[in-house]
Design a protein around this ligand. Structure first.
Ligand SMILES: NC(=O)c1ccc[n+]([C@@H]2O[C@H](COP(=O)([O-])OP(=O)(O)OC[C@H]3O[C@@H](n4cnc5c(N)ncnc54)[C@H](OP(=O)(O)O)[C@@H]3O)[C@@H](O)[C@H]2O)c1
Length: 302
């Protein structure tokens, strides 16, 4: 297969490049500069210099792909820039390939679009997007509307809490080590983790054979209470147990929407993804987190 990945040098994007290249696919990774191009090359991809908002920079390559994955998002900047790259970038990419019926369009999103739920969250559970998850939800919709005008539909991928070297997990480790990490409220709400490598493999499985028009949650087998997950990571780091912050204090510090996203309970199932044939190497954070932390320790000891 030929897979075109926008956001290929990012946290999730590189894991998709790695998984697809390992399977022998040709991975065309959109890079914004030479350093990103080099990272994509190191994972087995072929970089394409461009910008997701500028179709002319990648059109000739994207239209040759069997699957297109949208994971571009600015790593810095405000919500309006994020909205532009996610939503308008998704629309631009979808417009570029919509007349190619054989191209499968995979739009990366996140499970924070789901409402807090006392039971199990599956792909059809009620949605309540807000703040950054509203941007992911609007991206899903913009791509779907664009493809619909050509009689096509995207495949939507909503990963849970993707832990690995980078992104929120790296920040969590640093904050725990400094004694600054706080979960919100009593920490009894559930989160659903997944190892970064397993998330990449899930995207590869989805690019290869997911039915068009489907939505997939990408989570491992074991949801955890937020306090339990943080305590587990702290214990493996041999740092002080994490402490909590009240909802009101979190809302004051980060804004109400982010506080609400953090106290929501999302105990998600991977049943649909498993039916597709996805097999997690790391069935739960109890095995996967120590493996990631060993990688961090390897970095610091050289
Ligand atoms: N991280 C997680 O745990 C997680 C979990 C679930 C869902 N998700 C979702 O997955 C998506 C990607 O997240 P991520 O964590 O992988 O993000 P990321 O690490 O910030 O990677 C995004 C990549 O896109 C690039 N980019 C920015 N603007 C671009 C543009 N105009 N054209 C082309 N590329 C551009 C970035 O380059 P620069 O560095 O130059 O900006 C970066 O390399 C988001 O929708 C996120 O909500 C992430």
């Amino acid at each position: 297969m030929r897979v075109f990945v926008a956001g290929a040098a990012g946290y999730l994007g590189l894991s998709v490049v790695r998984a697809c290249a390992r399977r022998g696919h040709t991975v065309l990774g959109l890079a914004r500069n030479g350093a990103q191009a080099e990272r994509i090359r190191r994972e087995g991809g072929a970089p394409v210099l461009g910008d997701v908002l500028t179709a002319s920079s990648y059109r000739d390559v994207a239209v040759t792909a069997d699957a297109v994955v949208h994971l571009a998002q600015p790593s810095e900047g405000d919500l309006s820039l994020m909205r532009s790259v996610r939503v308008e970038g998704g629309r631009t990419l979808a417009e570029t390939v919509r007349d190619r019926p054989r191209v499968r369009f995979v739009v990366g999103s996140g499970y924070w679009v789901y409402a807090s739920h006392p039971g199990i969250v599956d792909e059809e559970s009620p949605l309540e997007p807000r703040s950054i998850s509203q941007i992911n939800f609007d991206t899903e919709r913009a791509v779907a509307e664009t493809l619909q005008s050509a009689g096509a539909a995207p495949i939507v991928v909503r990963p849970g809490m993707v832990y690995g070297r980078g992104s929120w997990f790296q920040s969590m480790v640093t904050e725990l080590q400094k004694g600054e990490y706080r979960y919100v409220g009593d920490g009894s709400n559930y989160l659903s983790p997944v190892h970064l490598d397993d998330a990449g493999e899930a995207f590869a499985d989805i690019c290869e054979r997911a039915p068009v028009g489907t939505t997939y949650l990408v989570v491992d087998d074991l949801p955890a209470r937020t306090s339990e997950f943080a305590a587990f990571v702290a214990d493996r780091l041999a740092t002080e147990p994490p402490r909590s912050i009240s909802f009101d204090a979190a809302a004051e510090a980060w804004g109400k929407d982010l506080a609400l996203l953090n106290v929501a309970s999302r105990r998600a199932t991977n049943a649909r993804l498993r039916r597709l044939g996805w097999v997690a190497r790391w069935k739960s954070y109890r095995d996967g987190v120590p493996a990631v932390l060993r990688g961090f320790a390897g970095d610091s000891t050289g």
